[in-house]
Design a protein around this ligand. Structure first.
Ligand code: FES
Ligand code: FES
Length: 177
């Protein structure tokens, strides 16, 4: 008969109820938040930081609607704990515009190409596209499709999204869009 596992020392057991002080920079603004350790970064952004542009679709990492850029890397915010963002730099859709009266070229291109319909997927796709173009300023159509493969859109059929990202990439490179 197997011996039952000894109980772990209470002092070594992380508490799921104890709030933790977490510091992160969101869209250039330092934030100090008191967080339950089980809350997702998506939940924290929407309900603690008040940034509801990041959308909750599936909440299990399947749809990409919650994509934000964390320390330069696109992540599904529903799969990251808020406390994991300690010390991180987060960019959300609210931080994509270079200034309040200027759209990012990706946003402008999505408008010009009709690449959003209901718009629910759009913040996540824009942030994933931003991360893609930051890493690869001249992606092929295939590379754009591959880069956006984790972002589901139920409305547009993707063609206009791909066209919009291509045109924004050209504009960002200083070529005619
Ligand atoms: S809400 Fe995060 S991947 Fe769907
Ligand atoms: S525009 Fe509706 S889900 Fe993409």
């Amino acid at each position: 008969m197997m011996n039952p596992s000894p109980n772990p020392s209470p002092s070594l057991t992380p508490s799921l109820t104890q709030t933790m002080a977490v510091a992160m920079t969101i869209n250039g603004e330092p934030r100090q938040l008191l967080l339950d350790p089980w809350r997702s970064l998506l939940d924290v952004l929407r309900n603690e930081a008040g940034l509801t542009g990041t959308k909750k679709g599936c909440d299990v990492g399947d749809c990409g609607a919650c994509t934000v850029i964390m320390d330069g890397v696109p992540v599904n915010a529903c799969l990251v704990l808020g406390v994991e963002a300690q010390g991180s730099v987060i960019q959300t859709i609210e931080g994509l515009q270079p200034s309040p009266d200027t759209l990012h070229p990706l946003q402008h291109s999505f408008m010009q190409h009709g690449a959003a319909q209901c718009g629910f997927c759009t913040p996540g796709i824009l942030m994933m596209a931003k991360a893609l173009l930051d890493e690869n300023p001249a992606p092929s159509e295939q590379e754009i499709r591959f880069g956006l493969a984790g972002n589901i859109c139920r409305c547009t059929g993707y063609t206009k999204i791909i066209d919009a990202v291509s045109a924004a990439a050209r504009q960002l490179r200083g070529e005619a869009a």
